[in-house]
Every structure is written in structure tokens, then in C-alpha cells.
Design a protein around this ligand. Sequence first.
Ligand code: XMP
Length: 511
Amino acid sequence: METVLVLDFGGQYDQLIARRVRDLGVYAEIRYYDGITLEEIKERGYAGIIFTGGPASVYEKNSPRFDAGILQAGIPILGICYGAQLMAFLAGGEVTSAGSSGEYGRSPMRVKSSPLFRDVPVKSVSWMSHTDFISRVPEGFEVIAVTDSCPCAAMGNEKRKLYGVQFHPEVTHTEYGKTILSNFLFGICGCRGDWDSSSHVMKIIDELREKLSGKRVLLALSGGVDSSVAAALLHRAVGDGLVCVFVDHGLLRKDEAKMVAETFGERLGVNLIKADASERFLRALSGVTDPEEKRRIIGEQFIRVFEDEAERIGRVHVLAQGTIYPDVIESGKGASAVIKSHHNVGGLPDVIGFDEIAEPLRDLFKDEVRRAGIMLGLPEELVWRQPFPGPGLAVRITGEVSREKLAMLREADAIFRYEVDSALPREERPSQYFAVLTDLHTVGVMGDARTYGLTAALRAVDTDDFMTALWSRLPYEVLERASSRITNEVKGISRVVYDISSKPPATVEWE
Ligand code: XMP
């Protein structure tokens, strides 16, 4: 399969670049700049290389650099932002800081005729975010685009197939970004476009069938998108050889446990063990109010329940995990990067004996995982599920968790999600939206009587990566309907507030 290397210099758009390349039908893999050598790059026979952006300045002492020999390897390269400056620097050009007058946001750009700009009009809008700029292009290169404040918005050496763009073609604000990437891949690198995630999934299934035939595979199914798609895929590959354990900790959303049991147990016929452990979790959580303590208890109980089930299952050969490509990239970023724990079963490998690990989704981005889920026959509502924390509703109830509070929150949350889903098409819905049950009692009035009920908070955020998030400007009518239904239909809740805090300084969850 032809592959393009996205060489990551610490830019915030590395994954977006790789996704855009894949969307154009070319397989892209991301490697951190100090995680691959020039020799390895040459051996792997990449069709092209993209240098990503990055926060550094090429003249800083410890700035991320690469062996200048990469420019002589005969592989077409596109440098983006910092990547373009690095290319200029390595090839003997000059990079200068614009000081306080950097260029950020949309910029009108003028381009010259170049293979990189085929079908791009002379004037269009590009999206910039830089302080440094290329002040002198290296020998053999020419300036092929400018903006009012950037004398070199793009440079190219047509003969050597080396190009650098100061703007970001991967973001949608660059009007012809997709055309430019496509020109690089097909016109300059000569790619054919042989990547398609569906046929890749079929290939994974065939490979797994061969590799795992006759083996017993165990998967902890959380009901989230990744573990669900992994389950559907492994089931196609090994059928009854797959055993899924689904731990119902009693902290799930309304009808969630039922949906997992119906989808996997009844519809797909997966060998599913459903452990109903809600009593056990509630008992362990009794009297606990500290959020971190709640998380710790839930994590520990989860492992205990899993251990009990595993004992009953007996010998397994393979432990399967729903690791996806962004998790793999994160763990390859070296010691300094924080590795996000991506599943809720941390510690499992220590308690269960197995010979190998299978991670069938480790090459796929989230959107490709969702497409695979649909292809494998999973219901839309499961595949498009919003992220849900492992400790579940326990971290959406401030203070002590009880069966009564869980019942109230489940109803309030279901009402809010229903109202948002009914009012907005999927692409206009917030990234995450849910209800929180606070432990704040306030005075209310119902009929002629005074009430003293709990306060529910509605939370909705828009975000790309959940590292930062803006509170969603939901239509008042949606908030109005949700508030009125919750106070009328959920006994014990007499007041509803809407959370208008962004992240930072607040977090998405309340605990
Ligand atoms: P915060 O609250 O940190 O949330 O802004 C960012 C994203 O992470 C999810 N989240 C969790 N997921 N276990 C998880 O598996 C957790 O303990 C946890 N806490 C937060 C949250 O739902 C949001 O999508």
C-alpha cells in the first residue's frame, strides 16, 4: 500500500493532516521526528513526506530538526508552517522572526503557476498562524505565493519536488487547501489513491481470522465506540472464539446496558457475559464524596469484577483492546508527552493470564472506526455515541452517589439529550452534552406548596479534542423545553441551570 509519512515536529494539526490525506485516498502514518531515522524512511519507500508545523523557531537551540539528507533522498516533501521553515533552513535559506507582527487567521493570498497550485485561482484565502517567516528562499527554490504581510507564503523547487507552505492547507479555512494537498499527493508524489478504510477493515478481519483461529479471545466491552467496534470486528473474525465481558456498574446512562446486551448478545450473537455489579459498586461508593476517591474505587471494583468473571471463563489466549490510532501516536511521543488512558480497564493485563494482545483498530482514526462500525452492522446511535467517562454517572453527581440520585440523573440526562437530538441535526449538535445532578437544594414552588429540591445543571460543549472546549450556544427553545420537562417529570429536581463555563478554566465534567 502506498504510504505518505507525516513527520511530526510537535504541531497541533498533525492528526488532522493525516486524516485529510487518508480522506483523499492515500494511507498516511504519523511518526514523531525523533522516533524515525533517515535510513528507516528510505527503507520504507514512502510515496511522499509531509513536515508538520510546530511551536518552535528553527534558530532555537533545541528546536526539532531532522537530518538534512532527507532533502536529497529523492522523496517529494511538503513542509507546512514550521515544516516549511525547517525545509528552508536545512536547504540553506533564511528564516526571520516577524516579532510582534506575526500573521494569524485568514489571509488573502496570491499564487504563481506551480504544480502545487494546479486549479487554484491566483487570488484565494489561506489560513496562517506564524511569527517566523522565510526571508530568503534556498538556492534552486522560488517563491510561489505571497500575502500582504508574508513575502514567502509558499516556495517550491519543482525539479526536486520539494515544496513549503507557510499557511495550513489542512484546515478548512484555507479555501483551496484540499486541492493543494491533492496536487501534492497525486500530481507531485504520483500517488494512485489505494487507501479505503472499508477494504482495510475487511483485510484486518481476514488477517485476524488466520492469526487467531482456534484461540480464545477476551475483550472488555464498555459499550463505548472503540470497544464496540473492536467487538463487532473480532466477532466477524473468530465468531464464538470471542468472549466479551460487559461490566454493568450501575452508573450507566438510561437504557445503555440494555442496548449493549441487545446489540451484542441478541442481534450479533456475540458470546457476551454481562456482569451486573451495581450493588457492589454502590456499596463501595456509599458515603464517598471526593471525586478522585470515587474514581479510584470504581477502577478497583472494575478489576475485581473482571477478575471474578475471568476465573469463570478459564484460560484465554488473547486479550483484545480497543486501542485506536490517536492512542498509538500519543504513546509514541516520548517520555514528556502525557499518555491518555484510553480505556477503562487499566490493570487488566496484571490479573489475567494471556499470551498475546490484539488491537484490531490500531491503524484507524475515530471517524474511520465509526465508518467500520456502520459497515459491521452496529446501530447508528451506538456508533455516534458521545464520549462518556469510565466512572460514568458517579462523576456527574456531586457529593454522595445513591440509587435515588442515579435514577433522577438518568431521567434528567435522557430528557436533555432527547431535546437536543430532536432539535438539531447531527452535524449541528454539540460535541458532548449531558446533565449533572448537583447536591444543592434550593427553594421552589409547585402548585401552592413550597418545595426544596435538588438543582440539575445542563452542560454542552463544542470542541475538537476535548483539551479545550467552548460552552455551546444552544437555542433558548431547546433549553426551555429541557428545563420545563425536567422539573415537571423528574421528582426531586426543582431547578435547572445551564453551565456557561468554557474549558479552561472549567473542565467538561463537573468532577
Ligand atoms: P474533562 O472533564 O477532563 O473531560 O474536561 C475531558 C473529556 O474526558 C472525559 N472524561 C473521562 N473519561 N474517565 C474517562 O474515561 C474519566 O475519569 C474521565 N473524566 C473526564 C470527559 O467526558 C470529556 O469527554
